[in-house]
Design a protein around this ligand. Sequence first.
Ligand code: FES
Length: 159
Amino acid sequence: MPQKKKSATTGNFEPKIVAFCCNWCSYPAADGAGINRIQYPPNLRIIRVMCGGRVNPSFVFRAFEMGADGVMVATCHFEDCHYMFGARRAAENFEKVEKMLTMVGLEKERVRREMVSAAESSKFARVVTEMIEQIKKLGPSPVHKTNQKDQSTGKTKVA
Ligand code: FES
């Protein structure tokens, strides 16, 4: 017998988190968590970018538009960025994201920026777990309600 799909209304909301991870630090940290069997909830979808500075604010909004309930930007520590200023650029961009989220009525807690080195797999697992718990408290992103799937094409239509 097929199981009923879990939903926020039943209290079993499982958020979708998109994490933009830098190729040189946070992505290897995520990889290391897997290698070392450090567990964290499976709600994460990782998008690898060469540097956190590459994450334009529009990427974050696109993730919400595509169904994310929360977005994380994980970079190197400032002094470790392979592209000198990328992690600082990511921090600047993130401030813009927070301001824009407030302007459009989304909670700032739906986004998170973290600096995670390649050796910090435990930290990666911890911040991911914390973020998922945070998003569970907030509930599904209200952006979901304004997006509808076109049944004939299967593509998401933005209202
Ligand atoms: S190379 Fe990792 S944030 Fe720039």
